[in-house]
Design a protein. Structure first.
Length: 131
């Protein structure tokens, strides 16, 4: 696997489109940080880290609308790829759906949303868009 973040996002996207309640993905620090942001912003219900010896797995409970059964995640788009890295400074920070969605960035202060990066006046690598 050459791009573990793209695989992570694809697993969540596919599980949400299929209507699954829980998706299980191999864990890493970057994936855990992205999952924490998704939980804070209300795109997923909850997550749990399961460790079995050396490996760790993330179990993510997906969030759906009660009446319509539509996923809270409309789109997960990978922006920066191993073949073409996308970086953004504070002045050119992307706004997803004019502020309704979030951009997740990897900065020198850790993984954060575009709003947090603007507040801290720091740029970084744009990992993905979520809305």
């Amino acid at each position: 696997m050459t791009d573990p973040i793209a695989d992570f996002l694809t697993r969540i996207r596919n599980a949400a489109n299929a209507g699954h309640k829980v998706v299980e993905v191999p864990g890493s620090k970057m994936k855990l940080a992205i999952t924490k942001i998704l939980k804070e912003k209300g795109y997923i219900l909850n997550y749990k880290v399961e460790e079995d010896g050396v490996k760790s797995n993330l179990k993510i409970a997906l969030k759906y609308n009660q009446e319509t059964k539509v996923s809270a995640i409309k789109a997960l788009i990978r922006v920066s790829k191993p073949g073409l890295r996308r970086y953004s400074d504070v002045e050119n920070m992307p706004r997803v759906l004019n502020g309704l969605g979030i951009a997740i960035l990897s900065t020198s202060y850790g993984v954060m949303t575009d709003k947090e990066a603007r507040a801290k006046n720091v740029g970084g690598e744009v990992l993905c868009y979520v809305y």
